[in-house]
Design a protein around this ligand. Structure first.
Ligand code: CIR
Length: 270
């Protein structure tokens, strides 16, 4: 795959979904109290505005009460400039979310295909860089799904590599993000994994692992509120930042990347 400068952070559009009240029963590894739908919608509103201010046209889909985790739209799909892939999330309560987001993908892309085979991939396990797409095996993304996804990406002209998400980490991108311009932000464990080759890695300072999940959107990096050491490290590396509250999302193991599908249409990734 040829290096495509900006592929991983130059975007024109995003898809999001309003958090439902049922998010109070969203999946989580550790119970830190239920998120409130109302407070989550406030935080989500600020997130949508931040994406718009970063230059994106944002499609905000209506809340889906029957799927408590459906505001985490990153997991049931993956978007590239050429088209979108409807994924098959790897946990029972989220399996139907791929079908639910299909129409929104078809409204944006001429080409929409479903992950082949019968394996599972959560979009949270897929890290797009400018020269490779990393797919993390996890409790949600299995070997069959990852291999079939990598093969499909290969047919579309992309190089994909399958990696092992460290034990105890929900999704690959729970522990790392691209800051763009060849720089990765990663937890210490992830930074030491070897997945990032000789790329520059900004290591998340001790005690702030949650802040490894940020998103670079055009000229800014969106960073969760409450992680001053990570914010400083990202700024020191030369990036402009925007801080956003993610307190409700965090209660159900969600972060900034999970809340949108971001993509470039009409050559916006060039
Ligand atoms: C879940 O466990 O599926 C949701 N409560 C959180 C999903 C977060 N998504 C992501 O990291 N991509």
């Amino acid at each position: 795959m040829a290096h495509r400068s900006g592929l991983s952070f130059r975007f024109t559009h995003a898809i999001t979904r309003t958090p439902a009240d049922s998010v109070s029963s969203g999946l989580r590894a550790v119970d830190a109290g239920d998120p409130s739908g109302e407070k989550f919608r406030e935080e989500h509103g600020r997130y949508v505005v931040a994406l718009q201010e970063a230059g994106l046209i944002v499609d905000v889909l209506p809340a889906l009460e029957s799927f408590p985790d459906s505001c985490f739209v990153e997991d049931p799909a993956f978007c590239l400039p050429e088209g979108a892939i409807q994924l098959r999330p790897g946990t029972q309560s989220r399996l139907g979310e791929g079908r639910e987001i299909r129409a929104a993908l078809e409204a944006q892309f001429d080409k929409v295909v479903e992950l082949p085979g019968s394996g599972h991939v959560d979009g949270g396990d897929v890290l797009m860089l400018d020269d490779v797409i990393l797919i993390g095996l996890s409790a949600r993304t299995d070997r069959e799904g990852a291999d079939d996804f990598a093969r499909l990406l290969g047919e579309w002209g992309y190089r994909a590599e399958v990696c092992e998400t460290p034990e105890g980490v929900l999704h690959f991108k729970t522990a790392c993000s691209t800051l763009g311009d060849g720089v990765i932000l990663a937890t210490k464990v992830m930074a030491e994994s070897g997945f990032f080759g000789d790329r520059k890695v900004v290591v998340v300072p001790d005690g702030e692992d949650y802040a490894a999940n940020v998103i670079r959107v055009n000229d800014v990096v969106l960073v969760p509120e409450g992680y001053p050491k990570t914010l400083g490290a990202i700024r020191d590396a030369g990036f402009k930042t925007v801080v956003l509250p993610t307190h409700e999302a965090r209660k159900v193991d969600g972060g900034l990347s999970c809340l949108s599908l971001r993509f470039a249409l009409d050559g916006g990734s060039a």
